[in-house]
Design a protein around this ligand. Structure first.
Ligand code: GLV
Ligand code: MG
Length: 341
């Protein structure tokens, strides 16, 4: 699929200037995408308080919104776009629509562009299986944006949550200049793969590697492994290769902040820009984890200072530095600078 012609609608590429390694996307801090159910008035009433504490608010229309509340959720999204000035707060305003073979998505996209097209930054598309889903969204948005005079292109974010989507992740990442990023959707992906779990992300105590028997008969150690490593690695490479952002998705065990923090940290170290927060308690976890450690940033700054033109070799605190570690240091320092504003 690499190199294939992609439909572009009337999309015009955005200005260059984002820090490496992202493409010409608006340079935004997106450490947590905070999900809210927009049909609940009491949740919307709390938004002026919650919004300033997050990087992105997402009005969720898909799973977790009951079928008989889909219309109310869409109306709630439009109300949110009027009730809170996300732009003035510097907070991203996203939505997750229902999947493309559901009875709801068409009305949702039409309403969002008509009534909130100048407010919404990113539409998250669930269960994306291949580039064709993104081509469809790209053209539909181009047509609706033209109809309603929306001049700032709405970006797209795919959820990787089917086996077919994972197989096609590179073509999905490359499918349109509207692509902003991809999130792992571990709950649906587990079902799609017939994994024998009942969780939303995280590990499983049964998924381990055990040592060979010891000659002296002493106890063998077994260590829990990361169920998501393969998918993560594939997703991160696809995103990096096409200059868009990878994200960890949801962590359902709200009562286990330690495991949530570990899952988020694995994602951060692997290259992810952020994760979803499903509960206010996960906002702080994401903020902490997806902001580089100040001690590491200080070390990274030393590397940049030791090799001002980014070439050569230097020894810092007993560690060898060269052009490659300079680039790693730049990623870290750029990330810290972007967060500092
Ligand atoms: C998210 O949508 C998931 O299925 O994990
Ligand atoms: Mg899902």
């Amino acid at each position: 699929m690499t190199g294939m012609k992609t439909p572009r609608g009337f999309f015009k590429p955005l200005a260059i200037g984002a820090p490496t390694p992202y493409r010409e996307l608006p340079a935004r801090v997106e450490r947590m995408i905070h999900f809210v159910p927009p049909h609940l008035e009491k949740v919307r009433a709390k938004l002026p308080e919650i919004a300033p504490t997050v990087d992105v608010i997402l009005a969720n229309l898909e799973d977790a919104i009951p079928a008989d509340a889909k219309g109310a959720a869409l109306a709630g999204l439009v109300a949110m776009s009027r009730e809170v000035d996300f732009k003035a707060l510097g907070v991203g305003f996203w939505t997750r629509i229902n999947c493309l073979n559901s009875p709801w998505h068409l009305d949702e996209i039409a309403t969002i562009v008509e009534k909130a097209g100048d407010k919404i930054d990113v539409i998250m598309v669930p269960k994306v299986e291949g580039p064709w889903d993104i081509f469809y969204m790209d053209q539909l948005l181009a047509s609706l944006e033209a109809k309603h005079g929306v001049t700032r292109p709405i970006l797209l974010h795919a959820i990787l949550e089917t086996a077919e989507g994972v197989m096609n992740v590179e073509a999905i990442a490359a499918a349109s200049p509207r692509m902003q990023g991809i999130s792992l959707g571990p709950a649906d992906l587990a079902a799609s793969r017939a994994m024998k779990t009942t969780r939303v992300g995280g590990g499983h105590p049964g998924y381990r590697v055990i040592e060979d028997p010891h000659a002296d008969g002493s106890a063998r150690v077994s260590v829990q492994q990361d169920l998501w490593h393969y998918t993560f690695a594939k997703m991160v490479d696809a995103c990096a290769a096409h200059g868009i952002k990878p994200f960890y998705g949801p962590f359902g065990a709200i009562d286990d902040p330690v495991a949530c923090e570990q899952q988020f940290r694995n994602a951060f170290l692997m290259g992810c820009a952020g994760a979803w927060s499903l509960h206010p308690s996960q906002i702080e976890i994401a903020k902490r984890v997806f902001s580089p450690d100040p001690a590491e940033v200080a070390f990274a700054k030393k590397i940049l200072e030791a090799m001002p033109d980014g070439t050569g070799v230097a020894m810092i605190d007993g560690k060898m530095q060269d052009d490659a570690t300079w680039k790693q240091a730049k990623v870290m320092v750029d990330c810290a600078r972007q967060i500092a504003g």
